[in-house]
Write a new protein. Structure first.
Ligand code: ABN
Length: 173
């Protein structure tokens, strides 16, 4: 008999001898529950994709900075993080508010994702509420006055980062 056949036969025998039906079901259950803990849906993690291509000018800790055209929150650069990274001890929310901002450096428009950093109480520094394109809170789908600390371990809001996701399509005249 082939060694693979022998190996499978021996393993099956050993499994049958050493495992009761109940413990087999228990193991199967553990594997199924474990597998369900692995996130099935891909979540777009914010990373500054267009970073190398985006010319920057100005002070990223100032509310006037071009990326903040639609932001509503405390600037993470004033809270121990940076314009596109959360301060230590906080977690970036995967659910975000999106804006389209004009970059004066190259005259192009970029899609900017405003991710809340979560897990610590409000930072309190550099509040910036420019809110371009924002609608009142009763239009939840189009309002940025919302705590986006959803899908994170903690729902405590700390500050907001502005991550350039990509170039916006040019509008036809
Ligand atoms: N997205 C910033 C924010 C957090 C809490 C409350 C309002 C706005």
């Amino acid at each position: 008999m082939d060694w693979i056949d022998r190996w499978v036969q021996n393993s099956s025998r050993a499994l049958a001898q050493n495992t009761s039906r109940r413990s087999l079901l228990k193991r199967l259950g553990t594997v199924l529950v474990g597998a369900s803990a692995v996130p099935l849906l891909p979540v777009a993690r914010a990373s500054d994709n267009a970073k190398s291509a985006v010319p920057e000018s100005g002070d990223p800790n100032s509310c006037d900075y071009w990326r903040y055209c639609a932001i509503d929150g405390f600037l993470c650069g004033c809270c121990g993080g940076s314009m596109n990274s959360c301060p230590p001890g906080t977690e970036m929310s995967p659910i975000t508010w999106i804006g389209t901002c004009h970059n004066p450096e190259d005259g192009k428009s970029y899609i900017v994702s405003y991710n809340d950093c979560c897990g610590k109480s409000s930072c309190g520094n550099c509040l910036c509420t420019r809110s371009e394109g924002d609608k009142p809170i009763y239009r939840m789908d189009a309002s940025n006055d919302i705590n986006w600390c959803l899908g994170t371990e903690s729902s405590l809001y700390h500050c907001t980062v502005a991550v350039v996701v990509g170039k916006a399509l040019e509008q036809r005249e």
